[in-house]
Write a protein that binds this ligand. Structure first.
Ligand SMILES: NC(=O)c1ccc[n+]([C@@H]2O[C@H](COP(=O)([O-])OP(=O)(O)OC[C@H]3O[C@@H](n4cnc5c(N)ncnc54)[C@H](OP(=O)(O)O)[C@@H]3O)[C@@H](O)[C@H]2O)c1
Length: 320
C-alpha cells in the first residue's frame, strides 16, 4: 500500500517520501481502517524535526521510531481482529493513531469511534488531537465557567479554533488573538473580541483565564492580562530545540505563587471519553471543525509546511 515514509529528522520536503509498505495485518483487539482522511496539525512539524530533543528517547533518538507520520484519521473499518466488540466491517470511524498518512492503519479498537454523522471524513479527521487539546485546556486546565473573561492566543490555529468555540460553549466572553487576516474567521467562530498579535504587545487586562495556545506570551504579560488569582493554561511552546518552551512552564509554575496567579500546563491525553464528548458537541451543532484545504498523499510535506507557515485557516487534511 502507499504510505508517506520518514527515515530521518529534518524539514518536511527533505525527509518525507511516498513509498510502498506492506498493508498491516489486523491484530487481536484491533481494527483495520481504510484511511479516507488524515489531518495535519502543528505537532506534526515538531515531530518531523525530532523536536524537542528532550522527547527523543520516546520518539526515536537518531530517526523516528514510527516511520509513517500522521496522528489522526477518519475512514472505514475494513477488518476487525479477534475480541473486537465495538466495531463492525463498514463502520465509518474517526480517532487517533500512529501513522495516519497512508492507505490502511491497524488501530486498537478503543482509539476510534463512530464518526460524527454530520461531518465528512475530511472534517472528522481534523477533530481528535486538536479537539482533545482544546477541550482539556478549556475544561480541565483553564476550568472556564460561565461569565468569565477568557483570552485565547493562537486562536486561528488547529487547537485555537476549537478552544474559542469551547470557551463560548462553557459560557465565557472570549477575546481571541491571531493575525489580522484571520480575524473574521475567528469572529465567525464566536469570539467576542479579536486582537492582532502583530499590532504590538497585548495591553488588555481583567481576564479570569488565559489559554496560551501559541505559547510565546511572556509571564509578566500574562500576569498583567489576568485578574489577581487568575489562571493561565500553558498549551503551546516556542523556544529552543531542547525543550521548545516547556522549560518556561516549569519556571512559570515556580514563579506563580509570587505572582498571585495559577499556572497550569497541559500535556493533552488521548481519551475515548473526550472523543465521544466532542462528537456529541459536534452533532449538537456546538462545535465545528474549520477545514481549509485538502491535499493528496503526495503533498503531505506541502501541507505540513503550509500549517507551519500560517497559510492555513484552521486545518489542512490529507486524503490518501
Ligand atoms: N500541550 C499539548 O498537549 C499540545 C497538544 C497539541 C498541540 N500543542 C501545541 O500547541 C501549539 C499550537 O498548535 P496548533 O496545532 O494549533 O498550531 P497551528 O495550527 O500552527 O496554529 C498556530 C497559531 O498561532 C498563531 N501564531 C503564529 N505566529 C504567531 C506569533 N508570532 N505570535 C502569536 N501567535 C502566532 C497562528 O496565528 P495566524 O495563523 O493567524 O498567524 C495560529 O493561530 C503548538 O505549539 C503545538 O505544538 C500542544
Amino acid at each position: 500500500m502507499r504510505a508517506i515514509i520518514q527515515d530521518a529528522y529534518g524539514a518536511p520536503e527533505a525527509v518525507l517520501r511516498l513509498g510502498e509498505i506492506e498493508k498491516p495485518a489486523v491484530g487481536d483487539g484491533e481494527v483495520l481502517v481504510h484511511v479516507q482522511a488524515a489531518a495535519v496539525n502543528g505537532t506534526d512539524w515538531h515531530l518531523l524535526r525530532g523536536l524537542p530533543y528532550a522527547a527523543r528517547p520516546g520518539i526515536g533518538v537518531r530517526r523516528p521510531r514510527n516511520r509513517v507520520p500522521g496522528l489522526e484519521l477518519a475512514g472505514t473499518v475494513e477488518a476487525v481482529g479477534k475480541g473486537v466488540t465495538t466495531h463492525q466491517i463498514g463502520d465509518e470511524v474517526f480517532g487517533w493513531c500512529g501513522g495516519a498518512f497512508c492507505e490502511y492503519v491497524a488501530v486498537r479498537e478503543g482509539r476510534v469511534t463512530a464518526k460524527p454523522a454530520n461531518l465528512t471524513p475530511e472534517q472528522a479527521a481534523a477533530v481528535p488531537i486538536a479537539g482533545f487539546t482544546a477541550l482539556q485546556a478549556v475544561r480541565d486546565r483553564g476550568r472556564v465557567r460561565a461569565g468569565q473573561k477568557v483570552l485565547v492566543t493562537g486562536a486561528s490555529g488547529c487547537v485555537g479554533t476549537y478552544a474559542v468555540q469551547l470557551a463560548k460553549h462553557y459560557g465565557a466572553e472570549v477575546t481571541a488573538v491571531c493575525s489580522a487576516a484571520k480575524a473574521t474567521m475567528v469572529r465567525e467562530l464566536g469570539a467576542d473580541h479579536v486582537l492582532d498579535y502583530a499590532a504590538g504587545p497585548l495591553t488588555a487586562n481583567g481576564f479570569d483565564v488565559v489559554l496560551d495556545i501559541y505559547g510565546n506570551t511572556p509571564l509578566r504579560t500574562i500576569k498583567r492580562l489576568l485578574k489577581p488569582g487568575g489562571t493561565v493554561a500553558l498549551v503551546g511552546g516556542t523556544g529552543g530545540p531542547w525543550f521548545m518552551g516547556t522549560d518556561r512552564w516549569i519556571r512559570a509554575m515556580f514563579a506563580a505563587p509570587f505572582l498571585g496567579i495559577k499556572v497550569r500546563p497541559l500535556v493533552h491525553k488521548d481519551s475515548l471519553d473526550d472523543l465521544v464528548l466532542l462528537r456529541e458537541l459536534i452533532e449538537a451543532g456546538k462545535l465545528t471543525p474549520v477545514l481549509d484545504r485538502t491535499y493528496p498523499l503526495t503533498e503531505v510535506a506541502v501541507a505540513i509546511e503550509d500549517v507551519r507557515r500560517g497559510r492555513v485557516r484552521g486545518h489542512a487534511v490529507v486524503t490518501p
